[in-house]
Design a binder for this molecule. Structure first.
Ligand code: GAP
Length: 476
């Protein structure tokens, strides 16, 4: 799919998300809370469609991958074993002048500088300045653990301390043996999980991109030692393909391959799939060949064997793992960026050339401006809008209700009787609804309706009976 030529600004996107009910600042009536977001009626449909597309592709269409929903709060030892308690941290810097706080690595990167790693931690280069007030007076970086803490039970004491999970992956490793026992799977096989994760990010930013509460879709694919290289290549290819099927264009996606010195000590390879956001190429998903590190750590800390017995060869081994780990919120944001476009279209939806709008300029004579979210139909929050031509004609409204009931059985539909038809079309264009069905006076005589397509604005007349099959070809 080719990318549309319109490059959206974050201001325009954030404004549309709020105005149309995709995303709101969390706790907004209390002036918000930094790093937390609420998804409104359209945003939660968009996220559901992303989750469903991933689950269908990863779990339901494969025989050797099964699902899991583990608890958000786990035994605190899980996080000792995984290494999160000791080393899930970012270097944090404070400004002495304005007291604002930043991530030292991001601050250096933005100023074209290199953060220096020393035996004791990190050192800022002398040229580093506060990004907020430009003061050079910065406190030396300190390590800040990103896990959010909580207490389980009525007493807030050290023994009751636990954490909100910073990733869903550890739930999978901890249940690996149970799932292997009940699912009759043989290696290679995978366990997938979708769920919330929490990180006390030092500097949440870029709208929902870096939040403190977010959602992950993770797969742990368990394999025989020595087969990492081929499975790693397989999963990178599979995941890139998936991003294109949900509507992200190949030109907006790229892979970032980690250098040997960037890899965790246990990993043999890692690739980030990045998307070209308005704020630059940034990670949507990481795919890592993690060896047997996680299972071995849990074996050590729990004292339970997590070895696999291969019935064909009689060998026993701790499986290695390839982990594709994606973020639902970042994918939703990427889809919104990709889909957003402003156009100048021939007035009255007449046939003619559609022009890419120039921001800040009025549409030329004979044209009108429209904003469109060009989502792929299977990702769009609402699939079909149903419009009786006039709200004060009971026959039209009743017929419209029949059509609505027919389509609502299969798809998420929207009912709108208010205002001029052109304005109703524009409202649906702006939220990405791919189809609109209009019921007019001809419908009452021959049971035909007008089907209007969002991108081409083409209108075709077809019978109500033919509608479901016609729409199914595009929507399912
Ligand atoms: N188990 C591996 C793991 O958690 P990660 O790269 O830290 O790896 C995986 O996270 C994905 O989770 C990222 O690619 C991103 O999509 C999402 N993610 C991570 N931190 C996030 C944050 N603060 N806000 C939103 N999404 C985040």
């Amino acid at each position: 799919m080719a990318r549309n030529h319109f490059k959206v600004s974050m201001e325009a996107l954030v404004s549309l998300c709020k105005r149309r009910g995709f995303i709101f600042q969390g706790s907004e009536i209390y002036d918000g809370i930094n790093g937390f977001w609420d998804y409104g009626p359209l945003g939660c449909e968009l996220k559901r469609n992303i989750r469903e597309a991933w689950w269908r592709d990863i779990v339901q269409r494969r025989e050797n991958i099964v699902g899991l929903e583990s608890a958000i709060i786990m035994h605190p030892k899980v996080w000792e074993a995984s290494g999160h308690v000791s080393s899930f941290a970012d270097p944090m810097v404070d400004c002495k002048a304005c007291h604002k706080r930043f991530r030292a690595d991001q601050l250096c990167e933005e100023q074209g500088l290199q953060l220096v790693k020393t035996a004791k931690g990190f050192e800022l280069p002398a040229a580093a300045k506060c990004p907020a007030c430009a003061s050079p007076e910065l406190i030396a970086p300190r390590s800040f653990n990103l896990m959010l803490k909580t207490f389980v039970g009525p007493v807030e004491e050290e023994s009751a301390l636990t954490y909100l999970r910073p990733e869903t992956a550890q739930g999978i490793f901890v249940q690996y043996a149970n799932i292997l026992a009940v699912s009759r799977q043989k290696i290679p096989f995978g366990i997938a999980q979708i769920g919330k994760a929490f990180r006390n990010e030092i500097n949440p930013r870029n709208f929902t991109f870096r939040s403190r509460e977010f959602e992950q879709m993770e797969l742990e694919f368990f394999i025989k030692p020595g087969t990492e290289a081929e499975w790693f290549v397989y999963w990178v290819k599979e995941r890139l393909r998936w991003y294109e099927t949900i509507g992200l264009s190949a030109v907006s996606l790229r892979q970032y391959e980690y250098r040997a010195d960037e890899l965790a000590h246990y990993a043999s390879a890692c690739v980030d799939i990045q998307y070209d956001f308005p704020f630059g190429f940034q990670e949507l998903e990481g795919i890592a060949a993690r060896g047997d590190f996680d299972l071995r750590q849990h074996q050590k800390f729990s004292g339970k064997s997590l070895e696999y017995f291969d019935p064909e060869t009689g060998e026993k081994f701790v499986p290695h793992v390839v982990e594709p780990s994606a973020g639902v919120d970042r994918i939703a944001l990427a889809l919104l960026c990709e889909a957003y476009r402003e156009e100048w279209v021939p007035g009255g939806d007449q046939a003619g050339e559609v022009l890419v709008a120039e921001p800040g300029k009025p549409a030329p004579a004979g044209y009108e401006a429209r904003t469109v979210l060009g989502f792929a139909p299977w990702i769009a929050p609402i699939k079909v809008a149903v419009f009786p031509l006039l709200k004060n004609k009971p026959d039209l409204v009743q017929k419209g209700r029949e059509v609505f009931a027919l389509l609502q059985k299969r798809w998420n539909c929207f009912w709108d009787v208010a205002g001029a038809i052109g304005r109703r079309y524009r409202r649906q264009d702006e939220i990405g609804t791919p189809y609109a069905v209009t019921i007019d006076f001809q419908t009452l005589t021959d049971n035909t309706v007008t089907l209007r397509e969002r991108d081409s604005m083409k209108q075709t007349r077809l019978t109500i009976a033919a509608l479901p099959d016609h729409l199914a070809a595009a929507l399912d």
